[in-house]
Design a protein around this ligand. Structure first.
Ligand code: LIP
Length: 289
């Protein structure tokens, strides 16, 4: 069986590998512990490098050449794209959602949780996802209706099918870029609650796309983030997790699939049972974006 989105999947994979070459080039040019890409601060602790904009330019050009009618949303704003305010739903057409370097802070520090994330959605639903980490050479791919689920370097993977509660859960939780008091307090209170409930293991990686890929392949049991940066962080990963047997819910609502919206969002992904328990222990977030 072939996915109805096979052409988009093939393009996403080749684009991701090209993006990876560029990322490695910036990284290997450096003799220092930090890589050679010039760094700018977008806001607060949110960084962007010349490598992010370079990768996004190349990726969007290749997609535009292959599918000239499609829209593209890229984190670094290199192209014309559908725009919306925080929380607005996406338009329903064919839209590519690209994060050229997810985990930019990690990239700057040569910390290897870094990935390019290429998602494709149609009718507001993510249909194709490719996440590629060029430093570990791991390529995760999935396309709706392919019949083969999620693949890691060509081999099928599944979510952690064992974890059912926080006590047997390896949880990855990013805290994002907000640094105001209420946000920091709410984020650390949540960590306290999980730990007091006997959480097996707590990790924080700095890359949403990498986290979703790790959930899809069962390398972590669950990923929670209240305040991820934007739809490009999660679009591809949603497909990876769902095709691997998991759920990707909006952490602000019970049992609701994460919808593709502009701006920051809130996510909890993993096997259904463990997601329910992680959300139960965390309680509802109060901060709104
Ligand atoms: C980052 C995410 C991370 C999240 C940050 C940010 P960037 O993306 O991957 O999970 O915590 O808020 O969105 O900025 O490195 O592409």
């Amino acid at each position: 069986m072939q996915s109805p989105y096979q052409a988009e999947l093939e393009l996403a994979k080749s684009v991701a590998r090209k993006a990876g070459e560029i990322m490695r080039m910036y990284s290997s040019n450096s003799g220092r512990s930090n890589n050679s890409a010039a760094v700018c601060v977008k806001s607060g602790v949110d960084l962007v490098t010349e490598a992010d904009t370079h990768v996004e330019r190349v990726v969007t050009q290749i997609i535009k050449n292959a599918f000239p009618e499609d829209d593209i949303v890229g984190e670094e704003d290199q192209v014309e794209y559908p725009k919306g305010k925080q929380g607005d739903p996406f338009p329903a057409g064919r839209i590519w959602c690209v994060d050229p370097i997810d985990g930019t802070t990690n990239f700057v520090h040569n910390y290897p949780f870094v990935a390019v994330s290429i998602g494709f959605m149609n009718g507001c639903i993510p249909r194709v996802g490719v996440v590629y980490n060029p430093f570990t050479d791991c390529l995760y791919e999935a396309a709706e209706g392919s019949g083969v689920g999620t693949l890691l370097n060509g081999k099928p993977v599944r979510i952690d099918g064992v974890a059912a509660s926080v006590e047997d859960c390896l949880l990855v939780n990013n805290i994002g870029h907000c640094r105001y008091d209420d946000f920091v307090d709410e984020s650390t209170d949540r960590v306290n609650k999980w730990l007091r409930a006997g959480l097996r293991g707590y990790r924080s990686s700095g890359s949403a796309a990498q986290n979703l890929a790790h959930v899809a392949s069962g390398q972590v049991s669950c990923y929670y983030e209240h305040g991820y940066g934007g739809p490009w962080d999660v679009c591809a990963g949603i497909v990876l997790v769902k095709e691997a047997g998991g759920v990707v819910w909006d952490a602000r609502e019970d049992g609701t699939d994460l919808r593709m919206r502009f701006g920051k969002g809130s996510v909890c992904a993993g096997g259904k049972k463990v997601v329910e328990d992680v959300l139960r222990v965390a309680g509802k977030p109060k901060i709104t974006f």
